[in-house]
Structure formats: structure tokens, C-alpha cells
Write a protein that binds this ligand. Structure first.
Ligand code: PLP
Length: 372
């Protein structure tokens, strides 16, 4: 039988199964079970924050953070043009507007040097996204945010365990959002979490996450519009056992990336492709092992060739300003870096089940595809 090599698949082991089974047997399957709090504590601690507020997706956790910060109609949130659609969507749910910034050609994250020129009197927050597991330029982003009195919402959906100058991502801004979708470094099937060091913000997010139920005895009394964003104990149980493996899974991603880098560097020297970003002091966790191809090479042909060898790949995200749902808002937008990486970038198999043998197969096929 021919082996399929997926872009990213979860690794579910007996510990995961037994943790979820334990919850099933207990009968505490809603969000009220103790596993939810345990997962929040484990994951927030791991990421260097004091409070964790779990949700049912990375999209809802982004929205929850924005809503808890009071962002709404007339406000603007600065974010990268090169990102996943959940980012502008979460901002749109609040009624605010996403203001886009081009990508940094070296990191593919938001170009922090271009943020300040986008700030207006309506700007309330900056939302850096740690793309494909690579941290954004947080020193400069925090400096700009403090100068202009803006919130920083880190979108760390793709970057569990990544580090910026020795600090885990998610612990640097005012609040951060993670995703635990099935293709992420750790998963709860579907799920997300906000983390923060701000107690008041943490409490507000917990309150809004579950319909803003009334306090002080008036349970069914709602002073604000809250949300149905709770994570179930079944999901949290999986999160608990997955969290315990997070260090091992991150280490494996980094080892896999090193092998890819070693094998692919001759192609980079030949000018056929560019390896993923890398800088001292930055720990990339390679949620996706991602490359950009030379503009002389047809990405479509390369992907089709790999597909014929049963190797799954993905294109990079389309820039937000090109998305039909948003393009009319950004007709005068000029985002050359974002356009270029979006056109030439591809994600190679990167998941938790990837073996060294798989990586050798992928690289051999890629060499054939780009050299012919
Ligand atoms: C950068 C980014 N933000 C947010 C999300 C949304 O997460 P979810 O799919 O869990 O809603 C994703 C999902 O992949 C993402 O890549």
C-alpha cells in the first residue's frame, strides 16, 4: 500500500483516550467538569500567563478577547494582511474595522516598522499573528502600543510554545489567543484559549464566554450580551493530556525542521526556494514547515507533482485584502510582500506523526519537482 504523507495530523495516544474516557465515565461532560479548569491552569502556566479562559475555537477566543477589551463599532484594530481569515472575521464580529499592514519579508509576520503610520484616533489595538509558529517582532510592537496607549492581542493560534527572546508567546501582550483545532501542535478537536496576566480581563472573559450570567444570586440576569463559547470537559480532558506532551511535540517539530533545512539548503543555494525564517533569540515551533519557491517555478506544478507522489501540501494563506469578503474595503491597499509570499509559499508535511523517512521522501520529490 502506498503511504500518504499528510500536511498535519494529530497524534492521539492511549493517555489521551484514557483521560477522555475518565470524563465520560464521570458524567461531568459539560464545561462544568474540573478538567476545564485543569486544562486552563496547565496551558496558561506553560505559556507563562496567570489566567487561562478556554473556548470552543481559536476564532471565538479571538472574538472574546476583543469583546472583553471593549472593542466595537468605530474602532480599528491593526493586524497583518498576511494571516488566516479568522483574524479579520473576529474583528468584524465586534463591528470594528481591521487595518492591514504588509508582511515582513524576513519573518512573514506583520512588518512592525509599518505599524505606526497606520495608527489613527480610532485605533484601539494591535493584533500581531505568530505566523506558522514564528513569533512577531514583539519588542517593537509593545513599544509602539505603549507609546500610543493601545492593547496588544497576540494571535498565537499557530505558535504553542514558541519563544521571543526567552519569553513564551502569549505572555507578552495584554492578552493572547490560541487554537486547538485538530491540525494544531496540540489539539482538543476544536477549541481555543485566551491567556492573560490581567486578572480583571481574565474575569471579564470568563463572564462573557458563558452568556454573562448574573452575579450575586441573580443567575438568569444579563447585564451584557455574552456568548456561547464554552469548551466541554471532553475537549478539555484531551487538552490536559495533550498539554503534558507539548514539550516533546515542540521538540519533535524543531528536529523535523532541522532535518528539512539540512536537506533543502542546497536548493536554497541554487536559488530555487527559500527556507523558513530564522533569527537568533527566536524559537520557531514550525507549526507548518513552510517555504517560498522562486518565482521562476510554478507552485501549482510542484504541488501537483508532490500530490502524485501521495504527499499533501498547502498553499500559503491568501492575503486578507484579496479575500472577496473583504477586498472592497481595501481597494487602495498595496501589500507587495504579502502578495509575493502568498503567491509563492507552500506548507510541507509538518504534523505530529511525521517521520524522518517521510521527510526524506518529501525532499526527494520536491527536488525532482523544482529541478525539472
Ligand atoms: C492565525 C490563526 N488565527 C485564528 C485561527 C482560528 O482558529 P480556529 O480554527 O480554532 O477557530 C487560526 C486557525 O487555524 C489561525 O491560523
Amino acid at each position: 500500500m502506498i503511504k500518504e504523507i499528510p500536511v498535519s495530523s494529530p497524534l492521539i495516544d492511549e493517555d489521551d483516550i484514557s483521560e477522555v474516557t475518565k470524563v465520560l465515565r464521570s458524567g461531568w461532560i459539560s464545561s462544568l467538569g474540573e478538567e476545564v479548569q485543569l486544562f486552563e491552569k496547565l496551558f496558561a502556566e506553560y505559556s507563562g500567563a496567570s489566567y487561562g479562559v478556554s473556548t470552543n475555537s481559536g476564532t471565538t477566543s479571538l472574538h472574546l478577547a476583543l469583546a472583553a477589551l471593549g472593542i466595537g463599532q468605530q474602532d480599528e484594530v491593526i493586524m497583518p494582511d498576511f494571516t488566516m481569515i479568522a483574524c479579520p472575521n473576529a474583528v468584524s464580529y465586534t463591528g470594528a474595522k481591521s487595518v492591514l499592514v504588509d508582511a515582513d519579508p524576513d519573518t512573514w509576520c506583520i512588518d512592525a516598522n509599518m505599524i505606526e503610520e497606520k495608527i489613527t484616533e480610532r485605533t484601539k489595538a494591535i493584533m500581531p499573528v505568530h505566523i506558522y509558529g514564528y513569533p512577531s517582532d514583539m519588542d517593537l510592537i509593545m513599544k509602539i502600543a505603549r507609546k500610543h496607549n493601545l492593547y496588544v492581542i497576540e494571535d498565537a493560534a499557530e505558535a504553542h510554545g514558541a519563544e521571543y527572546k526567552g519569553k513564551r508567546v502569549g505572555s507578552i501582550g495584554d492578552v493572547a489567543s490560541f487554537s486547538f483545532y485538530a491540525n494544531k501542535i496540540i489539539t482538543t478537536g476544536e477549541g481555543g484559549m485566551c491567556i492573560t496576566n490581567n486578572r480583571e480581563l481574565g474575569e471579564t472573559m470568563k463572564w462573557l464566554r458563558a452568556h454573562a450570567f448574573g452575579k450575586e444570586g441573580k443567575h438568569f440576569w444579563h447585564e451584557r450580551i455574552g456568548y456561547g463559547y464554552r469548551m466541554s470537559s471532553l475537549q478539555a480532558a484531551l487538552g490536559v493530556s495533550q498539554s503534558r506532551k507539548l514539550d516533546t511535540l515542540v521538540k519533535k517539530r524543531i528536529e523535523n525542521a532541522k532535518l528539512y533545512n539540512d536537506l533543502l539548503s542546497p536548493l536554497e543555494s541554487e536559488g530555487l526556494l527559500n527556507l523558513p525564517p530564522s533569527e537568533p533569540d527566536i524559537k520557531n515551533v514550525y507549526w507548518m514547515y513552510s517555504i517560498t519557491l522562486s518565482e521562476k517555478i510554478s507552485r501549482q506544478k510542484v504541488m501537483s507533482y508532490l500530490d502524485s507522489r501521495h504527499i499533501e501540501t498547502r498553499t500559503f494563506f491568501y492575503p486578507v485584502h484579496r479575500q472577496p469578503a473583504y477586498s472592497s474595503q481595501y481597494l487602495d491597499g498595496n501589500f507587495p510582500v504579502s502578495d509575493l509570499i502568498s503567491r509563492t509559499g507552500m506548507n510541507l508535511p509538518s504534523g505530529n506523526t511525521l517521520t524522518d523517512g517521510d521527510i526524506h521522501l518529501v525532499v526527494e520529490a520536491l527536488k525532482e519537482a523544482v529541478r525539472n
